[in-house]
Write a new protein. Structure first.
Length: 618
């Protein structure tokens, strides 16, 4: 088998097609045709033929019994072979293999001619030989066909006349050149087919020992017939025509690129093969040698595949995490870690291997789309952002997106009634506007609660309401509160945090909340663990404080705060004590002790609550 495949790859084989090929199309075999011709005879006429007459004997008897008329014979032939075939896939497959430059068939139908359309020259007699064109395959039809019923070879007399070889005849001269210079492949002949033996006799008689190798492909030939082939130095391959052509097609696709670059096959044949299989190829010339640079469908789309094995267990784990879990974006494999490498464009193997690469990089290939998201129940709409969709498996996809400088990696695992969502969020290194931050984290907090969500991807609407989300909502709430606090500070101090270097540490979040609370309340409370000690000069004022009153001391000390690189001017500070308890220091009547029923005091800031606006003490 390997021998004939290699010879075909070298364009050194002429193929000889038998009746079995047309049987795939629903046409009769030689034995079946003989039976149909017998049905045209009377019982007496059948008896005259004796037992088990051959096809040529039966056809000859039918003509002889009708006084030399071939009308009945021709009628049967037209009925059986001039009709719509049931299938022509084998004929189409054969016509797409330009390695066969000469096709010989003894079939009477025109299925092979039709499959080649106008891409071949049909030679039935010597008159057709001048039509042969360089570069076009030749279909020889030594037994004729329905286009010329008088030229059909089927009776004993036809064979006797036909095989009287005239070397001066252009048909025989052309055909005998094929016999002498090409390896012959007989395909789709049955062991009961007398044609194959007749033609083998012709080749042996005319060419003699100068002939090349010969092969016969047919299924289930008995041992006796195989021995007969062996005696005639014909290699037998036990396989039907369908299986053989499929095996050949697979072999050609695996080796065609290498055969081109090794000059095993001509560039013209390579180009024809690609055109017949609807591929565009780009061939460069490197040092006088052809080099296949690329292979693609006319629309630019083609399925590509790389098979490789690696010897590095650590790299294997990285690839597994990338491919099956969507972790990471690429894995670089150095040449020394590769054990094997194959590259395919659809079924075609490219001539790429370990000898012409230095590194293999495995990376995810995203599908880039435009998107918008609507949370209709919460009146939140996020529009015009791009996302990359990466298919991990049939039941898992990963989506990467950037929305207002926030990075999102979302994995959807499809489950029975919906999908499970795993979300990783990458906060921006530079703060966006507080309004954008509030919008993003409000949307996330709402989505987490299972609120209805609609995505519009390239204008197509998808319901992405999740059945289950594997993410802790506390973080979203904390970040939402952070941006809300920043917004409070921006309004109070007329500043903008947008563009500041971001810091999302717990201490910064806590500090922002502390400052925002001061702004919202105008002060902050401090525990009064120890009483204030006041000099006697405050006595007259202190005596005027009614029960339940408030005592305020203006410190006249300017206070500033700092957050994310911004200075916050709080103005002068002051101390406020509610429900003060005032008493004289027992050790000195010049010192007064001030305590509070609430055991707390408040620090106020003039920038937030001007002291003049506080209720004055009477």
């Amino acid at each position: 088998m390997d021998s004939i495949l290699k010879l075909i790859r070298k364009e050194d084989v002429a193929i000889w097609i038998g009746a079995g090929f047309s049987m795939y199309a629903g046409f009769p075999s030689g034995a079946q045709l003989q039976t149909k011709l017998m049905d045209e005879l009377s019982e007496d006429e059948k008896a005259q033929l004796g037992s088990a007459p051959s096809l040529r004997q039966t056809a000859g008897a039918l003509v002889a019994l009708q006084n030399g008329s071939r009308n009945t014979l021709n009628r049967v032939l037209r009925k059986e072979f001039d009709r719509k075939p049931e299938a022509t896939h084998l004929h189409e497959m054969l016509s797409r293999i330009p390695h066969f430059k000469q096709i010989i068939t003894t079939n009477y139908d025109s299925l092979i001619d039709g499959s080649y359309a106008h891409r071949a020259v049909i030679v039935r007699t010597g008159r057709d030989v001048p039509d042969i064109e360089v570069g076009l395959p030749i279909i020889y039809k030594p037994h004729g066909d329905l286009s010329n019923m008088g030229g059909i070879v089927i009776t004993d007399d036809d064979y006797a006349k036909f095989q009287t070889i005239d070397l001066k005849d252009a048909f025989w001269s052309s055909l005998l050149n094929v016999f002498a210079t090409k390896t012959l492949l007989f395909l789709a002949y049955g062991f009961e087919d007398e044609n194959v033996w007749s033609w083998i006799d012709v080749v042996d008689r005319v060419v003699g020992d100068n002939r090349k190798q010969r092969f016969l492909v047919a299924p289930n030939w008995p041992e006796l017939k195989r021995k007969k082939l062996e005696q005639r130095k014909i290699e037998y391959i036990d396989m039907n025509a369908d299986s053989f052509l499929n095996r050949l097609d697979e072999t050609l696709k695996l080796n065609l690129a290498a055969d081109l670059e090794n000059r095993t096959v001509s560039q013209d044949t390579f180009n024809q093969y690609m055109q017949l299989h609807d591929f565009n190829s780009v061939i460069s010339n490197e040092g006088g040698e052809p080099k296949l640079s690329s292979l693609s469908r006319p629309n630019g789309l083609s399925k590509q595949k790389i098979n490789f094995t690696i010897s590095d267990e650590k790299i294997a784990k990285q690839i597994n995490r990338l491919v099956n879990e969507g972790i990471g974006k690429k894995v670089s494999i150095p040449l020394q870690s590769l054990a094997s490498l194959e590259y395919f464009v659809e079924d075609f193997k490219m001539n790429l291997g370990l000898n012409n690469i230095s590194e293999l990089v495995v990376m995810t290939l995203p599908n880039k789309r435009s998107c918008a998201i609507d949370l209709p129940e919460d009146d939140i709409y996020i529009e015009n952002f791009n996302l990359e969709i990466i298919k991990i498996s049939d039941k898992k996809i990963k989506i990467e997106a950037e929305i207002d400088t926030f990075g999102f990696i979302v994995k959807f695992d499809f489950i029975k009634n919906g999908f499970e969502v795993n979300l990783n969020l990458k906060n921006p290194k530079v703060l966006p506007s507080t309004n954008k931050g509030i919008k993003i984290f409000t949307a996330l907090a709402m989505y987490y609660t299972g609120r209805k969500a609609i995505a519009f991807v390239d204008g197509v609407k998808y319901d992405i309401t999740a059945e289950k989300i594997n993410v802790e909502p506390t973080y979203f709430k904390e970040m939402l509160n952070f941006f809300q606090n920043l917004r409070v500070l921006e309004k109070a101090f007329e500043i903008r945090f947008e563009g500041s270097v971001a810091d999302y540490s717990p201490s910064v979040l806590a500090h922002a909340e502390h400052l925002a609370n001061i702004v919202k309340n105008g002060m902050h409370e401090v525990a009064l663990d120890n009483p204030f000690l006041l000099k006697i000069k405050f006595y007259e004022s202190l005596k005027q404080i009614p029960p339940g009153g408030t005592l305020v001391f203006e410190a006249n000390k300017k206070v500033t705060g700092k957050l994310l690189g911004k200075d916050l001017d709080f103005g002068d500070s002051g101390i406020e004590i509610t429900d003060p308890i005032i008493s004289v220091d027992p050790e000195s009547d010049k010192i007064w002790i001030v305590k509070s029923e609430t055991k707390k005091y408040r620090i106020r800031y003039d920038k937030l609550t001007p002291f003049k606006d506080l209720k004055k003490i009477q």
